[in-house]
Structure formats: C-alpha cells, structure tokens
Design a protein around this ligand. Structure first.
Ligand SMILES: NC(=O)c1ccc[n+]([C@@H]2O[C@H](COP(=O)([O-])OP(=O)(O)OC[C@H]3O[C@@H](n4cnc5c(N)ncnc54)[C@H](O)[C@@H]3O)[C@@H](O)[C@H]2O)c1
Length: 295
C-alpha cells in the first residue's frame, strides 16, 4: 500500500499509539484526519502533522456513537476528497481485577469502545473504501491480548482484543483484493492508556482517578509508541495481516496454538472425507456471491 498522498483517518489519534501512527502517516505524505474524545489532543496532533508539511484535520469523536463516526467519515472525505486508510485505534483498558469481580459496567465500557468502536468504524468507512475500487487499507489496533492470554487480571480487555482479532480476520476474508486488513498486536507501550478511566463516560460508571504509579510503570517499561507506529506502517506497506512488535509475545500465542493442536491430535484427528462438515465454501457463496468479493 502506497502511503504518499492518501487520505487516512485515525481514531484515538490524540495520544499514544494513535498519535504516533498519525505522525508516521503525515511524515510519509498522507493527509490525516485525527478523531479523539479529547479534541484538544486531536488538534495538537493535527498541528504536528501540518508542521510536517501534510494536511490534517481534528475531529471530536466518540467511537461508541455510530452517527458521530459517520460524521467523522464525512469530514475526512470532505477535507481530503478521498480516503484510502482507516486506523481503528481508540481503546481503553479495563480495571485490573479477576473476572469474577469485574462489573457489567466495566464490560459494557471496554466492549463498546474496543469492539463496538472497530465495528462502527468499519460500518462508516468500509463501504465507501470498497466502492471507490482503489487500493485501501484498514488497520485495527489489537494487542498481544489478541494472540493469547499474556497475563491474568485483564480478562475483559483480553476478551475485547480477541474480538478485535476475530473482526479483523473475518473482514479480511470479506474484502476485495485491493483492500488490505491488518491487526496490530503490541505488548506494553508507553502511552496515556493508564489514564483511560479518567475518560470513562457517566453512563458506564463515570470517570475515576488513575494511578500515577501505573503511568510511571507503563512509560518506563513500555516500548516507545513511535517505534510501534513505524512497525505498524511498515506492516501496512508490506500488506501484512498480523503486525507484531514485542518478541516475547510469541509465548502466549504459541501456548494457545500447541494446546489447540494437541487437542485435535488427541480428540479429533483428521480422516478422509472429514471436510463434509466444513461450511466455509457454502458461507462464502452465500455472502460474497460467485465473484468471491464484497458487493
Ligand atoms: N499502551 C499499551 O500498552 C497498548 C498495548 C497494546 C495495545 N494497545 C492499544 O492501543 C490502542 C491505543 O491505546 P494507547 O495505548 O495509545 O492509549 P492512549 O490512552 O494513549 O490513547 C487512546 C486514545 O483513544 C482515545 N479514546 C478513548 N476512548 C475513546 C472513544 N470512546 N472515542 C474516541 N477516542 C477515544 C483517548 O482519548 C486516547 O487519546 C488501544 O486500542 C489500546 O488498547 C495499547
């Protein structure tokens, strides 16, 4: 995917990884629409992109609101004439708790932003990207939590990032050849994610104080967001589906895969003719029609 000259939209682009992706895109010559709950932060990033010599707009965006997401898409198309890249990046971290003690408000908040936000971005942008018939790309920010279970205490977050992986994987199968899909799966990154609870809406529990200690830990131990963003856009340029950044994160992924493989070997080994139960061709024909492409 060529980046120079494209129009791109980044959700959660006001801070952290989204900001860093917006800057890498701007440096590569993309025009960037930056959407964020924090309009001031989005405006600051838009100024940084303009200072790099590219075009940028800032937009007050709540990814949980479909109408607002549709307006974000309209604003990006209006500003740049065309949009070829969507970065579904906005996300929040759930309070660190055992699952049995997690609240339903925590669940609703984390899933409405991390999963609902990706779906709403896809609904607002993808039909237009596909209709344009030009090369385009959707980059979804997952996490090492999309690959397996890196650690306990973040069950809702892990479940939400598994859902981002699943949405991304299905989306890639549904897209025509000119539209690529990637899922970015970083481990710990220095960002303002530790402040996510301060931005929590009243309807879903309301804001709460964040831990300065968690912030210090995250920013001291985490990979630099600029490095993650460089890797993300390099992966988009290559057309990679999985974009990984933290080498140790292979462990939970390998553990998951070995567990799946040994379960099949022990309980359901392959036999001649077993594909009669495989629905994938039937489903593809139902949804995509004979051309194998989305309408
Ligand atoms: N920081 C990490 O360790 C890490 C690791 C892996 C994946 N991620 C993922 O990276 C993405 C970006 O997170 P980050 O670490 O840069 O955090 P961040 O908090 O610095 O940035 C997230 C941005 O999203 C915005 N946002 C939050 N809710 C929103 C909403 N409803 N609508 C619009 N914008 C909203 C915030 O205002 C913020 O600017 C998230 O999806 C996160 O889950 C982060």
């Amino acid at each position: 995917m060529e980046i120079n000259g494209i129009g791109a939209a980044v959700t959660g682009g006001g801070n952290g990884i989204g900001r860093a992706i917006a800057l890498v895109l701007g440096r590569a010559g993309a025009k960037v629409a930056i959407g964020d709950l924090e309009l001031d932060a989005a405006e600051a990033v838009a100024s940084e992109v303009r200072a790099l010599g590219s075009e940028a707009i800032a937009f007050a965006l709540d990814v949980t609101d479909q109408a607002n997401m549709n307006d974000f898409a309209d604003a990006a198309w209006q500003a740049f004439g065309s949009v070829q890249m969507l970065v579904n990046n906005a996300g929040v971290m759930s309070p660190v708790l055992p699952l049995a003690h997690s609240s339903l408000d925590d669940y609703a908040w984390v899933f409405s932003v991390n999963v609902g936000g990706v779906l709403k971005g896809v609904r607002a942008f993808v039909p237009r990207l596909v209709e344009a018939g030009e090369p385009a790309h959707i980059l979804n920010t997952g996490s090492e939590h999309a690959l397996g279970v890196p650690h306990i205490g973040a069950g809702l977050y892990t479940a939400s990032k598994h859902a981002v992986m699943a949405l991304s994987d299905v989306l890639r199968a549904e897209m025509p050849a000119q539209v690529g899909v990637s899922v970015l799966c970083p481990g710990l990154v220095g960002s303002t994610l530790w402040r996510a609870s301060e931005r929590r809406p009243e309807a879903l529990g309301g804001p709460s104080e964040s831990s300065e200690m968690a912030g210090a830990f995250m920013n001291h131990m985490g990979m630099c967001a600029d490095e993650v963003a460089e890797k993300a856009i390099a992966g988009v340029r290559r057309g990679d589906f999985l974009i990984v950044t933290h080498p140790h994160a292979v462990e939970p992924a390998a553990k998951r895969w070995h567990e799946i493989e040994s379960a099949f070997e022990a309980q359901a080994p392959r036999f001649d003719g077993d594909e009669k139960y495989d629905l994938s061709d039937f489903m593809a024909a139902q949804v995509l029609g004979e051309q194998g492409q989305s309408a």
